[in-house]
Write a protein that binds this ligand. Sequence first.
Ligand SMILES: O=C(O)CCC(=O)C(=O)O
Ligand SMILES: [Fe+2]
Length: 294
Amino acid sequence: MSEIVSPSAYSSAEIRLEEFLDLEQFPIHDLTHPKRAALVKDCRLDLKKWGCAHIPDFISSSAIKEMKDEAYRIMDGARRAHALVNPYLTKEDTSLPKDHPNRFFEERTSSFINSDLLESDSVLRKIYDSDVVVHFVSDCLNVGPIYRWAEPLGRNPYSVMNDGDYFPWHFDGNDFTVSILVSESDEGGDFEYAPDIRSPHNERFEDVKRVLQGESDKVRVLSLKTGDLQIFKGRYSLHRVTVTRGDTPRIIALPTYVTNPYLVNRPHHAEAFYGRSMLIHHERDLERLDNLTD
Ligand SMILES: O=C(O)CCC(=O)C(=O)O
Ligand SMILES: [Fe+2]
């Protein structure tokens, strides 16, 4: 007779890493494994040098296929935005000079499949919910502790870009983002970023302005391939995705992490990116420790 056992924790499901990783190649669960140490070392160097770490072919092709299939099944829920956004996802402050980055607005035409739409047995959900993955990402960033955050819409969404779509220059509300490309567009869809262009308590508006005006030598381009893992400090690095072209949509899974697990996006950020704000976004519109605009 089978015994009914109550969960020992609210999230009691054991996540099988083998469902999305080749553990021989990427033994992220084994803290003594030299391969894990080498991966962490490379990521730390890349993050220091380029503000971005990149592990090719990290997620198994079967898990990529599962995520792609899921994204297509729930694609109807993708919200195509026509929002005009500035890099901070804030309202325009007309008291600032006309060429201030706060007043630089671009049209976002890309879509999100928000996190609340993911299927219950979604592989993306499992990747996000795995503490082993959080620990690995934290080690790679050399920052800890980091957490999943309370953001209900944007914690692990799919971003979808169809022919002609554009994802404008912006900073993220969360500290760190892991990107997993699930489907490559036929053309375009390059990730461009200016590493660590701002830091806690230092907005560096002049440097940001130069990037927006296309005059900065700080911009780097990363062309991801399906299955690659990218770890990125989106709160400090201004970034965008160039226009995508062709019939194949660019679909990317975006698990996101924070240093304060209580936080969510600010209401205006949630509305512009994820199509709506919820009560939680208004209740938790708190001061940020880093004192950055958003
Ligand atoms: O699609 C990407 O590669 C980046 C998406 C992004 O920057 C975001 O969702 O905030
Ligand atoms: Fe972003």
